[in-house]
Structure formats: C-alpha cells, structure tokens
Design a protein. Sequence first.
Length: 130
Amino acid sequence: MPALQPIEIADASPRVRAVYDDIMATRQIDWVNNFWKMLAHDPATLERIWSNIKQVMAPGALDPLVKELIYVAVSATNGCEYCVASHTAAARKKGMSDAMLGELLAVVGMANQTNALANGYRVEVDGAFQ
C-alpha cells in the first residue's frame, strides 16, 4: 500500500499541473504515471526530478534506447520494480526486443555476480586498467 495517495491531474495545484502538462507534452502521452503523481506531494521535488530526467534522458552522445537500457539495468540491480516496469516500457517504445531484454538482464546478472566476487576477494585493480 502506498505511503500517500497519488495526486491525480484533476486534483493538482497549478504548479503541479504545469509539470504534469510538460510530462504529457514531452512524452507525447495523455496520462501521468504514478511516480510523478507521488512526487507531486512535494512540488519542488517534482519540478527538480522532472527537469533532471528530461536533461539526462534527452538525446546526446548515448542513443535514447541505450539510456533506457541502462536505466533498466540499474533499476533491476537496485530492486526497483516500478522503475524496471516503467523503463522497460519506454525501452520497448524505442525498439527494445524481447531478445534484447533477455540479454540485458543476463549481463546485469553476470555483472552483479562478478562484482560480488571481485569485492569479496578484494581483487586489486590491474595496472593495465589504469
């Protein structure tokens, strides 16, 4: 059960509604997901996080699909079910296939396993990597 109830579009203050409108316009959708509706309880946080995510996820040196795949990978590692679902959907819209998702999660699982082993053994970083 959520800690708070999401703030729906109809109940949003003008400040929150402005962010909701920008989310919908930017993403070319007609709804706002629950993550943003929960952040709306603190309008300053909602504005800051939305601004930051727009900047970070905007086209740049990394392809937008690559950015979504990275987001899925980190979210899976951090155990954020909501973020995995949200960014998997976004990655699919950008062209991710089932095979790509399977391979991505295999890499995530392998990286987590080898990271744990390297940390557990306290493996010294090779000079050639420096």
